[in-house]
Design a protein around this ligand. Structure first.
Ligand code: HMG
Ligand code: MG
Length: 301
């Protein structure tokens, strides 16, 4: 078993987690959450998305979030950027790392960003170029890598080809998104194996939603292949507005607990993570979907 000794957690709760909330969450609540995640030792916290407020109203305060960050040394605060308009706004707000996003499914791409996969590349080619010119790192996301809400099955070679194009354009990391959480461990392995034939494993990340309760098993399966970067969301918050019924990402608390139990390094303080989980769940008045957080909070009394 070749599990990586150190695993990087990319916390996506403030963006992927909160983007789906119907009620407007005040900017200061988002900033406090982000600060608590930084205090817990998370080194990459996706802070917001420079997308259209008509499409995702919850991210309308993107510039205020980016400007309001109490930046910690050794923590990066990337943001999603779909086009040049978003990139310019991100730059102006002081954003230092961006992520572009597309899909392995044409139908999902159209619903999510209103264009085909090819057109999405046309849109973010200048974004990537402008970012790299400024020495900014660019991450690339692919949605629907293990299934699509509109097209059903997605074949691994289709995912691999999109990953290859993102990597070739200069994305330092490609995050493989099981947007609707339908994957199972052997399918996740097959998909990663197909992608790794075209993009070296060290440039790949797993971004698994937990809709069908498979995310932890899927993560273990792909870590066995060498995946050492995991996207997760505090308290298991979230979902995608353009994937009906999709629940949140795998909970960060659960991932960190599993990794610590297996003696893998994460640099994260689980107790402080639980504080962040309790904070945001308390604000949202929502039961926490992380089993680890539920157990640890019950123990605290
Ligand atoms: P469009 O309507 O095709 O774009 O949307 P457009 O260029 O025709 O512009 C339409 C209007 O939006 C114009 O305003 C633009 O100015 C404005 P109007 O003239 O009507 O007043 N606009 C913008 N405003 C702010 N920021 C911008 C921007 N761009 C245009 N950047 C667009 C195209 C991409 C903008 C839209 O489809 C969009 O914002 N989509 C965002 C969808 C989204 O955020 N989805 C969730 C994140 S992805 C995800 O969750 C998956 C992931 O987690 C991985 C996984 O789990 O699979 C990453
Ligand atoms: Mg997602």
């Amino acid at each position: 078993m070749a599990l990586p000794t150190r695993v990087k957690i990319v916390e996506v709760g403030p963006r992927d987690g909160l983007q789906n909330e119907a009620a407007t969450i005040p900017t200061d609540i988002k900033l406090t959450l982000i600060d608590m995640l930084g205090a817990a030792g998370i080194s990459t916290i996706e802070a917001t998305a420079f997308v259209s407020p008509k499409w995702v109203p919850q991210m309308a305060d993107q510039s205020d979030v980016m400007r309001g960050l109490k930046r910690r040394p050794h923590v990066t605060y990337p943001a999603l950027v779909p086009n040049m308009k978003g990139f310019e706004a991100a730059l102006e707000a002081g954003c230092e790392e961006i992520a572009v996003f597309t899909a392995a499914s044409e139908s999902f791409c159209k619903k999510n960003i209103n264009c085909s996969i090819d057109e999405s590349f046309d849109r973010f080619a200048p974004v990537i170029e402008a970012a790299l010119d400024r020495n900014m790192k660019v991450r690339g996301y692919i949605s629907c890598v293990l299934g699509c809400p509109y097209e059903g099955e997605i074949k691994p070679p289709a995912v691999a080809e999109v990953a290859r194009r993102l990597h070739q354009m200069g994305c330092y990391e490609i995050s493989l998104g099981d947007t609707i959480g339908v994957g199972t461990p052997l399918a996740a392995k097959k998909m990663v194996e197909a992608v790794a034939r075209l993009v070296p494993l060290k440039h790949l990340a797993a971004h698994f939603h937990d809709t069908y309760g498979q995310a932890m098993a899927n993560l273990f399966a792909v870590m066995e292949l060498g995946i050492a970067t995991i996207d997760s969301s505090i308290a298991g918050l979230g979902g995608c507005p353009y994937a009906k019924g999709a629940s949140g990402n795998v909970a960060t608390e659960d991932v960190v607990y599993m990794l610590q139990g297996m003696g893998r390094e994460t640099g994260v303080d689980l107790n402080k993570l639980i504080d962040a989980s309790a904070y945001i769940s308390g604000y949202l008045k929502r039961p926490i979907s992380s089993k680890v957080a539920i157990a640890m909070l019950a123990k605290r009394g």
